[in-house]
Design a protein around this ligand. Structure first.
Ligand SMILES: *[C@@H]1O[C@H](CO)[C@@H](O)[C@H](O)[C@H]1NC(C)=O
Ligand SMILES: *[C@@H]1O[C@H](CO)[C@@H](O)[C@H](O)[C@H]1NC(C)=O
Ligand SMILES: *[C@@H]1O[C@H](CO)[C@@H](O)[C@H](O)[C@H]1NC(C)=O
Length: 333
């Protein structure tokens, strides 16, 4: 970090701590300590009081949100001791990606479609939720998640595929390791590389390293890449209803970091291709009867099984919420 970047960080930290310094009650400090032990967190003395402030600020925000009538609840998670700025740097894509398919090549059928679909229940088609750790590699998890499902639907074999190979080897297709990439570009890489190895043969470290792809150990293949025309959310329903889960990108804003359950909607996020900063996998959809018949997507995230609804979240469907229909794609195998 250069001196001026450090200065900016210190300044921002000062401003934000002055701005939001809450007086922490004993009860709040107790709940911080409980949370620390649940998440195996340890800090030195200065860090402790800094994190306690941020945690308390976030916890109050969560409680205020939950006291109101929202379609989703917030909750404590492994991220509660972080500011959104810190969170963004560690987990999200910070540069705009080339996320746009003006003319996609998915051919939409006429339907009709079932009211709800869940590929987790259709068979053994979805692998367990993984954890990207401190690396902007969401796009690799969206990619492997989708290819794992598409391969399982085609062959009956549910394999775990290597995100690390995509981090280390897919640069020639506009992917940038821990600094971002796109599922459509990662599928292209797998297609032209003629295969991807398993998680076991090419394990995840969550930091960039030299490409160690080993020909002969390919476990899954991409015959072709299908991009869905930007903002054609109905085409995404067509894919998930008839074919397989679909990779999608959207914009994560500060309210999403604290998501716990229910149908996520936001007025903070944007809805265009240039603000997409996270990639995930839609494994189904449905309609929430309780919340005024809100249609939603069922989405697999890569922040481990403790976050959200066992690692999943629901997000409003049909309104391009947070740009979720901006850049979706899936592979043919
Ligand atoms: C977007 O595409 C252009 C042209 O292929 C490339 O030069 C640029 O690096 C890409 N941007 C990202 C963030 O991948
Ligand atoms: C799909 O998207 C990828 C990456 O953006 C692109 O390289 C590829 O040409 C697209 N494929 C089609 C058929 O449009
Ligand atoms: C984005 O949101 C605005 C405001 O709600 C809306 O007018 C616009 O049609 C949306 N654009 C897309 C591409 O969904």
């Amino acid at each position: 970090m250069s001196w001026w970047a450090a200065a900016v960080c210190v300044l921002t930290a000062l401003i934000s701590s002055v701005d939001s310094t809450p007086l922490v009650s004993l009860e709040e400090e107790y709940s911080f300590k409980t949370w620390m032990s649940q998440h195996s967190k340890n800090y030195d003395v200065t860090e402790y009081s800094h994190r306690l402030q941020i945690f308390t600020h976030n916890k109050r925000k969560i409680e205020r949100h939950n006291a109101r009538d929202h379609s989703f609840k917030m909750g404590l998670s492994q991220f509660t001791d972080m500011t959104f700025e810190e969170f963004k740097k560690l987990y999200l894509l910070t540069e705009p990606q080339n996320c746009s398919a003006t003319t996609g090549n998915h051919v939409v059928s006429r339907g009709p479609y079932p009211d709800s679909v869940d590929w987790r229940k259709r068979g053994h088609f979805v692998t367990p939720v993984k954890n990207q750790g401190h690396c902007g590699s969401c796009w690799t998890f969206s990619t492997t998640g989708c290819l794992e499902s598409v391969t399982a639907i085609a062959s009956g074999k549910l394999l775990l595929l290597s995100e690390q190979q995509l981090i280390d080897c897919a640069q020639a297709f506009n992917n940038h390791g821990c600094n971002g990439g796109l599922p459509s570009q990662a599928f292209e890489y797998i297609k032209y590389n003629r295969g991807i190895m398993t998680e076991e043969d090419y394990p995840y470290h969550g930091t960039e390293a030299l490409c160690q792809f080993q020909p002969g150990l390919e476990a899954a293949f991409v015959r072709d890449v299908v991009n869905i025309t930007s903002y054609d959310e109905k085409a995404m329903v067509d894919v998930v209803a008839r074919l397989n889960p679909v990779s999608l990108g959207f914009e994560v804003t500060s309210d999403f970091m604290h998501y716990k359950e229910g149908v996520y909607t936001s007025s903070l996020c944007h809805n265009t291709t240039d603000t997409v900063n996270h990639a995930v996998l839609a494994v189904g959809y449905g309609v929430e009867e309780a919340a005024g018949e809100t249609p939603y997507w069922i989405v697999k995230n890569s922040w481990g099984p403790v976050w959200g609804m066992d690692g999943y979240f629901l997000i409003e469907r049909g309104s391009n919420m947070c740009g979720l229909a901006a850049c979706s794609s899936y592979p043919l195998v």
